[in-house]
Design a protein around this ligand. Structure first.
Ligand SMILES: [Zn+2]
Length: 262
């Protein structure tokens, strides 16, 4: 219970930093300077204006200086990130796998919100998520070595090869799919950002689970895609949700899969 609470607080803090990334990166601003300030009146925030979730509630969603409303996106991002880290702690316990996987899903969340607001995804965050997913077996090897829980070296080596292989397969599949769809409907359907996320999904989930995640994403996207008609529907949030569901319930999905092919 303490571990899950700890994970929740870590997640809330990381969510608070994600808000900085979400607001500043699409505008091309520095993420470290200047310190947090109100976008309306530019007054610098005091530390007690900056406590994840709590400050937003205490300030009743308004700037402490000029009383202009603060977007609900901020507390929502913090809460979702907190929940991601808490749920992952239940599944994985605390450790390197929990933390790095939490970071990957935090980045996918940030990419989702940015895609939703700007219809564009910054490569910097996207490639960071991919790098973490690809190198996770290497990070785990370091962690297990440091904590004295080292498995056989071939375990980490095989996992590393698998993450690169499945990442490459998913990227290639999305690239080809995007090419075919573009020829068919004469419109860009899958962007470069989607291809990078597909690679992250392959590396993190492995095959065939990554395909199940795409399937879930497509099903979730059907209704909004029809509702929006010719408007663009950002696909990244659905890919992120599909990845999350597949990651949490992967064991169940794989059991069904093996029953089908038994
Ligand atoms: Zn203000």
């Amino acid at each position: 219970m303490m571990a899950i609470l700890f994970a929740l607080f870590i997640g809330l803090a990381i969510g608070s930093f994600l808000n900085v990334l979400i607001v500043r990166i699409p505008k091309g601003e520095n993420i470290a300077f200047p310190p947090s300030h109100c976008p309306k009146c530019s007054n610098a925030l005091k530390w007690w204006h900056n406590i994840p979730l709590i400050s937003w509630i205490l300030l009743q969603g308004k700037c402490a200086y000029c009383k202009s409303p603060i977007s609900k996106i901020y507390p929502v991002t913090e809460l979702l990130t907190g929940l991601v880290f808490a749920v992952l702690a239940m599944k994985l316990g605390l450790g390197a796998e929990w933390f790095v996987t939490g970071l990957i899903f935090s980045l996918l969340l940030a990419l989702s919100i940015i895609d939703f607001e700007y219809y564009a995804v910054p490569d910097s965050l996207n490639f960071t998520a991919l790098g973490l997913a690809l190198l996770l077996p290497l990070i785990l090897w370091g962690w297990d070595w440091a904590t004295g829980d080292l498995k056989t070296l071939s375990f980490y080596k095989n996992e590393l090869i698998r993450s690169f292989k499945d990442g490459a397969i998913m990227a290639a599949a999305f690239f080809i799919l995007g090419f075919i769809v573009k020829k068919a409907i004469k419109k860009d359907a899958l962007g470069e950002a989607d291809i990078i996320i597909a690679a992250t999904m392959g590396a993190l989930l492995g095959l065939p689970l990554a395909l199940i995640a795409i399937y879930i994403a497509a099903i979730l996207a059907i209704v909004p895609a029809f509702a929006a008609r010719e408007h663009m529907v950002p696909f990244v949030p659905f890919l992120a949700m599909g990845t999350w569901v597949a990651y949490l319930f992967g064991d169940t999905f794989m059991k069904w899969w093996s029953l089908l092919y038994a």
